[in-house]
Design a protein around this ligand. Structure first.
Ligand code: ZN
Length: 346
């Protein structure tokens, strides 16, 4: 095997895998609440759809602001949305990894439908150079007037979006065309406000409490200086997740995934088909697991599987799962409509 050396820290693992399977379906059925970030896979097949798997797209329903962010939008994504309990009208941002068709051919249909729904909702689109030309050409030749509803942002390594709650950054992966992985970080929140303690200090009621709750330092009318941070409990650390596809094993994926709660990583091929992964610049299950291990993530969700491992074939997805779990035990296989809840760190 001559493909190990040029891929940095990726090591070829040997195939003595312990076949430990566990029942994962409970997670699918868990109830979700408004505090959870809810991850829903809308497509988990690479290249072409199969009977049970559509091409790439994953949705994140964000807590509180009732917004859905999509990552990639393969053909048929809007049909998948209609079969899920997500509302297309809540889609506010779409992040595209790269311009291969199985990641973008659903964009125009979805955007057109959102426009016809007449909600007036605008969508911000983020993706590599060429995405705007693609959208402009499609809308021009199909007589769609989307200029007022869509803003296309060209991404490059670094921060691509930031608000009070989240920061989204990206870095270039290693694929046949320019492809970017994403890292999403929720900002830390001040800890729980100790109301009794504030009252005991004789702080008069009013807007001052709001400032203290945010951890600010205020000066009272009587001249005392009160530090909000001292009246708040331990800050709540925000959640982090990362989305890495399409790529062969690369250090950029390890960096994007550093210490995240959830890493979504492609695993197009089984370990024994590693040569194909190197030739086509995709990952094997073992590469995905090694990224998870090196980045010290909590959970690895694998997706973007080649249709060659569909039921009935010699190698099946359970084999890819076993290969990955031999390296990184907390690995799960995504399937279409698989939903995973990301809880707050309290
Ligand atoms: Zn691709």
């Amino acid at each position: 095997m001559g493909f190990g050396s040029s891929f940095g820290r990726y090591r070829i693992a040997h195939s003595k895998f312990s076949l430990v399977f566990s029942q994962r379906s409970r997670q699918d059925k868990e109830k979700f609440n408004a505090q959870q970030v809810e991850i829903t896979f809308l497509g988990t097949s690479s290249g072409v759809p199969t009977r049970s798997r559509n091409v790439s797209s994953v949705a994140f329903r964000l807590p509180q602001q009732a917004e859905v962010w999509l990552f990639d939008c393969g053909e048929g994504t809007q049909h998948q949305l209609l079969r899920s309990d997500l509302k297309p009208s809540q889609i506010r941002r779409i992040f595209i990894t790269h311009l291969h068709g199985d990641h973008i051919f659903g964009l125009m249909g979805l955007i057109a439908s959102c426009g016809l729904a007449g909600t007036g909702q605008t969508i911000d689109l983020y993706g590599p150079g060429g995405l705007k030309d693609y959208i402009d050409a499609c809308s021009r030749y199909s007589y769609m007037d989307i200029a007022r509803r869509i803003t296309v942002h060209r991404i490059s390594t670094g921060i691509v979006y930031e608000d009070d709650q989240f920061c989204v950054s990206c870095a270039k992966l290693t694929h046949r065309v320019p492809a970017y992985g994403y890292r999403i970080v929720e900002k830390d929140r001040p800890g729980r406000f100790q109301l009794e303690q504030a009252q005991a200090l004789g702080i008069p009621p009013g807007p001052i409490y709001g400032q203290l709750k945010q951890g600010k330092t205020v000066t009272l009318d009587d001249g005392r200086t009160i530090r909000g941070t001292e009246l708040c409990g331990k800050p709540e650390v925000g959640r982090k997740w990362s989305y890495c596809t399409d790529t062969v094993f690369c250090d950029a994926a390890v960096e994007l995934a550093q210490s995240v709660d959830v890493l979504i990583h492609e695993a197009t091929f089984a370990h024994q088909d590693a040569q194909m992964a190197f030739d086509r610049l995709h990952s094997t299950s073992t590469m995905a697991a090694q990224v998870a291990q090196l980045a010290q993530v909590q959970t690895l969700l694998m997706t973007h599987f080649s249709p060659r491992y569909a039921p009935g074939n010699a190698i099946q997805l359970e084999d890819l799962l076993a290969e990955a779990q031999a390296i990184f035990p907390n690995t799960k296989l995504a399937h279409d409509f698989f939903t995973y809840a990301l809880e707050r760190h309290r």
